[in-house]
Design a protein around this ligand. Structure first.
Ligand SMILES: Nc1nc(=O)c2c([nH]1)NC[C@@H]1CN(c3ccc(C(=O)N[C@@H](CCC(=O)O)C(=O)O)cc3)C=[N+]21
Length: 284
């Protein structure tokens, strides 16, 4: 049986309508949600994402500022810019596009962003709050995955979730969100012995590896939910995920495509977090 395709683009569109309407309400209280995106250097892929984020901000009636810094910017200059944005009342969310050039300490930069404006959910304060189940900015890709499942009516409690990949921005936090929703979670990574043994037991399999076609039909249990977080380019330059879509979609119960799966949800949850941050300012 062919899998049901989880249409991330459509679900993102629905969520964006809800966010846009909340933005309008907030504007009546005199607050326009504002997002600042800092782009260092001239990485082509980064520029595409950043342009998408700006476009989405405008679509939803939000304020957006793009700050472009040269590849050779010093860490000190970058930290000064972030400090300025931390104190800017028109800015509710700050995103520093990753990866950063090698001469800049990524951890230092992430920790310099005010946790109250950390709409990426990468600051240790937000990660800690997420781990302990307190209110926090949730990292956008993991959060987007949870919303996709919720919108599809796929239950999580008691399910065996296998996450392949252990990055700080996707693998680790997505496993945590599943645990928070009462799943049984297994993390697999490059040192895992007999990967297929683990993945083939997954009710929900999350592939966040960064290698095209890494997950094939032999890795997947019949009827499983397969979430593909990969964004790779194949030899022809075409965007593809970590999952061999054609064969896995013949075996899975549900599958997210690439593009139009998880990606559009990432940007949508960024907008959601920026809106949430702006709303928070009304409470003080
Ligand atoms: N501080 C920071 N925060 C991030 O959230 C962040 C980052 N750095 N660095 C890079 C990654 C990557 N990322 C994507 C977001 C949306 C799509 C997306 O919308 N993709 C479309 C396709 C886009 C296309 O056609 O190229 C899709 O999957 O349908 C992809 C990738 C956010 N990232």
């Amino acid at each position: 049986m062919a899998a049901i395709i989880i249409d991330g683009k459509e679900i993102a569109a629905k969520k964006k309508v809800e966010i846009a309407s909340e933005v309008q309400k907030l504007k009546e209280f005199g607050v326009t949600p504002g997002l600042a995106v800092i782009l260092v250097g001239n990485n082509h892929a980064s520029r595409t994402y950043v342009t998408n984020k700006e476009k989405t901000c405008r679509e939803l009636g939000m304020h957006s500022v793009l700050i472009e810094l040269p590849e050779m910017v010093t860490q000190e200059e970058l930290l000064t810019k972030i400090e300025e944005l931390n104190g800017d009342p028109a800015i509710h969310g700050i995103l520093v596009q990753l990866p950063l050039p090698k001469h800049i300490d990524e951890t230092r930069v992430i920790e310099s962003i005010s946790p109250l404006k950390d709409v990426d959910g990468f600051h240790p304060i937000n990660i800690g709050r997420m781990m302990t189940g307190q209110d926090a900015f949730l990292p956008c890709t993991p959060y987007g995955i949870m919303v996709l499942l919720e919108e599809m009516g796929i239950s999580v409690a008691g399910k065996h979730v296998v996450v392949v990949g252990r990055s700080n921005i996707v693998g680790k936090p997505v496993g945590q969100l599943f645990l928070n929703q009462h799943a049984t979670v297994t993390y697999c990574h490059s040192k895992t012995v007999d990967l297929q043994y683990h993945t083939s037991q997954a009710d929900i399999l999350v592939a966040a590896v960064g290698v095209a076609n890494f997950i094939n039909a032999d890795h997947v249990k019949e009827g499983a939910v397969v979430i593909d977080v990969g964004i790779n380019r194949n030899e022809a330059g075409k965007l593809c995920g970590d999952v061999a879509f054609d064969e896995v979609s013949q075996k899975a119960g549900y599958i997210t495509p690439v593009p139009k799966g998880v990606g559009p949800m990432t940007i949508t949850m960024l907008m959601y977090n920026t809106l949430k941050s702006a709303k928070n300012t009304l409470r003080f």
